[in-house]
Design a protein. Structure first.
Length: 400
């Protein structure tokens, strides 16, 4: 009955003004963005009852390291010693090389209950690092991630702990968590860690069924420090989390996924492609209403012959040619008529094909080639103008 429903008046925030209490959450980012360091920092903060300047609901934390458990142990031990955190109710469960199945879930639940008995504290957080390693080689599809969702919900039901999934971002920028969204949809909170050019990381709330949503939450940097020395007396470098000003971090542009873009956006175009691009820009400035294809053809051949003459090469024939080339699409033989390249005289309406004028405005979009396999295929290529794929029939300068 409706009258039986009661408002849960327990503590709303797991970390005050930062993380609401929920069943499952997901922290996702690119590799090397500091998501594991962030997870370790949150775990230590909940174990200590305070995370930076924010009060936390103190409790026990169980970190389940499926990916590089030795590395996770090094980080936790180094941060414990550096921050002088002793007797914290934080435990590490090494599960490297194992898959998160029902048997592993039984082990996690058992260790969580043992931790609660040893510390006399409820287990507040169980961290799974990472989703990809927990799958144990299975695909990140609806089946594989759907099973993890069921296991995560079971762990939460049996322990009452917040299950934190550490996951990777999709291959492209701003594509959300990698793989199927079955597991992510079961999480009440998504944190997206975005790396900036100044080295800072901004944590965005990409989803929240409780608390603030779709807002930048806080920013941090990873500061390296010497955790100790190995047996060869070489320094062991690890990092610690340091909160930084959010507005300053947002002022820095986001770091590109695969390095910086080339200085010349047309660097990968061929010489004839660059020539055609320059002519289209030049003619478009003189004819803002559109450039007829015959005009572009004739100017292209004129410039090409001038360049060939400068190199001592024979000019292209002005008369129609019946030379046959393999068709780009069908592989059959067809003729190439070059008579349209003889001049840039105005073409009668009856001679024009029913194609649209070529518009070459470059308002942020770059005209580039979609397919140009050889010199001959330049005439049979497709081009992209203003984000629209124009077939050969519309852009006869690169048509038959």
């Amino acid at each position: 009955m409706l009258e039986d429903c009661q408002l849960d008046t327990e503590v709303f925030w797991a970390i005050e003004d930062i993380l609401p209490r929920c069943n499952m959450m997901m922290v996702y980012a690119r590799g090397g963005s500091g998501k594991t360091y962030l997870g370790s920092s949150i775990a230590l903060g909940i174990g200590a009852g305070r995370w930076f300047d924010h009060e936390a609901e103190r409790g026990a934390v169980l970190i389940c390291a499926f990916e590089r458990p030795e590395d996770t142990e090094d980080r936790i031990a180094a941060l414990r010693d550096r921050l002088a955190l002793r007797d914290l109710p934080v435990a590490l469960l090494k599960l490297g090389g194992k898959r998160l199945d029902d048997q592993a879930a039984d082990l996690i639940v058992t260790r969580a209950k043992e931790l609660a008995d040893r510390t006399s504290m409820p287990v507040r957080v169980i961290e799974i690092d990472t989703v990809s390693a927990a799958l144990g080689g299975l695909k990140e599809d609806d089946d594989g991630l759907g099973r993890l969702r069921m296991i995560g919900e079971r762990i939460h039901a049996e322990t009452g702990a917040l299950v934190v999934w550490i996951h990777h971002e999709g291959k492209g920028d701003h594509m959300g968590p990698r793989g199927h969204l079955t597991l992510a949809d079961g999480c009440m909170v998504w944190w997206h860690v975005e790396e900036r050019e100044d080295g800072s990381r901004v944590v965005h709330v990409a989803k929240a069924n409780r608390g603030p949503s779709h807002v930048p939450l806080f920013a941090f940097k990873l500061l390296p420090f010497e955790a100790g020395r190995d047996r060869r007396n070489k320094p062991i470098q690890l990092c610690e989390l340091q909160r930084v000003d959010l507005e300053a971090a947002l002022a820095s542009p986001a770091r590109r996924r695969f390095g910086q873009a080339p200085a010349d956006p047309d660097a990968k175009l061929g010489s004839r492609q660059k020539l055609l691009l320059r002519l289209l820009e030049k003619l478009n400035a003189k004819h803002p209403a559109g450039v007829e294809r015959t005009m572009l053809r004739s100017h292209f051949i004129l410039e090409l012959n001038t360049e060939r003459e400068r190199k001592g090469l024979p000019a292209l024939p002005a008369a129609p040619s019946d030379r046959r080339y393999p068709s780009y699409r069908t592989g059959s033989m067809r003729s190439m008529d070059c008579s349209a390249f003889q001049s840039d005289r105005p073409t009668a309406a009856s001679e024009r094909s029913p194609s649209l004028p070529i518009r070459g405005e470059r308002t942020g979009e770059r005209l580039h080639s979609l397919a140009c396999r050889s010199r001959r295929s330049l005439w049979r290529s497709f081009w992209k103008v203003n984000g629209e794929r124009c077939p050969t029939a519309k852009l006869e300068a690169v048509g038959r």
